[in-house]
Design a protein around this ligand. Structure first.
Ligand SMILES: Cc1ncc(COP(=O)(O)O)c(C=O)c1O
Length: 433
């Protein structure tokens, strides 16, 4: 549904001037509508956000009702919308031991808050030596300075070194190596370990071996280290389970979520924790953001979660994810430029290579071209990767995606990959990752 006729110049829009962006004037189902009349198949739910499809009239009704209410309420006070969302989260979504929630406005805020809360938790218990928050070698947790510090996305940290905390990084796949790093740091100095259940933007849907999360759950519990699951991308059904950690039956101490929580209809995020994490903080200040838990965002999140429940969309993410994975394997399993196909549910990734037999890569040059080629074919896929995963793309369509749309997504990706390789092989210039 188009809501805006735009004749103004889109090249004015980006903060950093560059190629003029596509101007989106509306969206419906799994398609974005542009000012020049195109219908773009969204194979990535925007930024792996959209999960119930675009243009849902129920959400517009919910938003109108929420806006006719309080307007603004300081985050210290409860409101009906805040309580309703809390009830639904605790009753239907979060692991049974997780009963505390703090609402924020997005993923970075949720991670930043979790980092603060873990330090404050230990200080409140008298463990003032515990301050380090360790993250993985391949990880992205947000764009604030704390969330960049606990993660390791080289391109997104570029030039920021002196402003970031110098925190060690742990192995992506080997739990014993993670433990060795923590032991070398001294567990008594480590406040928390933060990890994505499925590594998103930096790793293009990497999944650790089955023993990784359970081993580290046990080790962190034994060493008074808080385990933080960053479910900003993997949460609220994206992997075919309510949360990514459910794939290994692990309950973290703190779980942060955002993107799927309000399905892209509102800026929303949350920090969820056990009583054991929150209880020592009684009497201390855990600072909120001015717009945390806005009624509009809480009401929309509550409605999005209700739609996920009523339409059984988490189960659909699992079945459509399995179908999509088989389509990807059939099309790209033997592709000379695809090194790996991976992911869980409707969070899937392709890692590219220059030469499969040698493992050589294009130094990050291929994925942006695949992405651009797909866009010229009216399809949006998500560029991903960082130092250890130089060239990759990710898929994360809405849970309402149809079989035909998935077929189209695979067809366009295959055409775009071939066209991008031809473009790269035909050109003498190499773009740096
Ligand atoms: C796992 C993860 N954590 C945190 C963030 C940061 O979220 P936001 O961009 O909403 O601040 C992202 C964003 O992509 C993410 O994928």
């Amino acid at each position: 549904m188009a809501f805006l006729g735009s004749s103004s110049d889109p090249s004015r829009f980006p903060f950093v001037p560059g190629i003029p962006p596509v101007t989106v004037v509306g969206a419906e189902g799994n398609y974005l509508h542009t000012a020049d009349g195109r219908r773009i198949l969204d194979g990535a739910g925007g930024a792996i956000v959209n999960n119930i499809g675009y243009g849902r009239p129920e959400i517009a009704e919910t938003a109108a009702k929420a806006l006719s209410g309080n307007g603004y309420t300081v985050p210290l006070f409860a409101t009906e919308a805040r309580l309703a969302l809390l009830d639904r989260l605790v009753g239907n979504w979060l692991p049974p031991t997780m009963s505390r929630a703090m609402f924020v406005n997005g993923g970075s805020e949720s991670v930043d808050s979790a980092v603060r809360i873990s330090r404050q938790h230990h200080v409140a218990k008298g463990n003032t030596d515990k301050w380090k928050v360790l993250g993985r070698a391949t990880s992205y947790h947000g764009a604030t300075l704390a969330s960049l510090s606990v993660a390791n996305h080289d391109r997104r940290r570029e030039g920021l070194g002196p402003l970031l905390m110098d925190l060690p990084k742990v192995d992506n796949f080997d739990a014993e190596q993670v433990i060795k790093t923590i032991e070398a740091e001294d567990p008594a100095s480590v406040a928390a370990l933060i990890m994505e259940p499925v590594t998103g933007a930096s790793g293009a849907a990497q999944v650790a071996p089955d023993d990784y999360w359970p081993t580290l759950r046990q080790y962190t519990a034994d060493n008074n280290i808080l385990l933080i699951a960053d479910e900003v991308m993997s949460g609220f059904g994206r992997t075919g389970r309510k949360f990514g950690v459910d794939n290994w039956d692990v309950v973290p101490d703190i779980l942060v979520g955002s993107k799927g929580l309000a399905g892209g209809y509102a800026a929303m995020g949350g920090v969820f924790a056990t009583e054991a994490v929150a209880e020592p903080l009684i009497g201390h200040t855990v600072m909120y953001f001015t717009f945390s838990g806005a009624d509009l965002s809480c009401a929309i999140a509550d409605r999005v979660l209700q739609i996920l429940e009523d339409e059984d969309l988490v189960a659909r993410a699992a079945t459509m994810g399995t179908l999509f994975r088989s389509m990807l394997e059939e099309r790209f399993g033997d592709h000379p430029h695809v090194a790996d196909i991976r992911g869980l549910g409707l969070l899937q990734g392709l890692e590219f290579t220059k030469d499969r037999s040698t493992g050589a890569d294009y130094n990050g040059a291929l994925a942006p071209l695949v992405n651009a080629q797909a866009l010229t074919r009216d399809c949006w896929i998500y560029p991903a990767g960082s130092a250890l995963v130089p060239d990759a793309v990710m898929f994360g369509p809405s849970f309402t995606v149809t079989t035909e749309e998935l077929e189209k997504l695979v067809d366009i990706t295959a055409e775009s990959l071939d066209a991008a390789v031809a473009e790269l092989e035909g050109s003498s210039t190499r773009v740096s990752g």
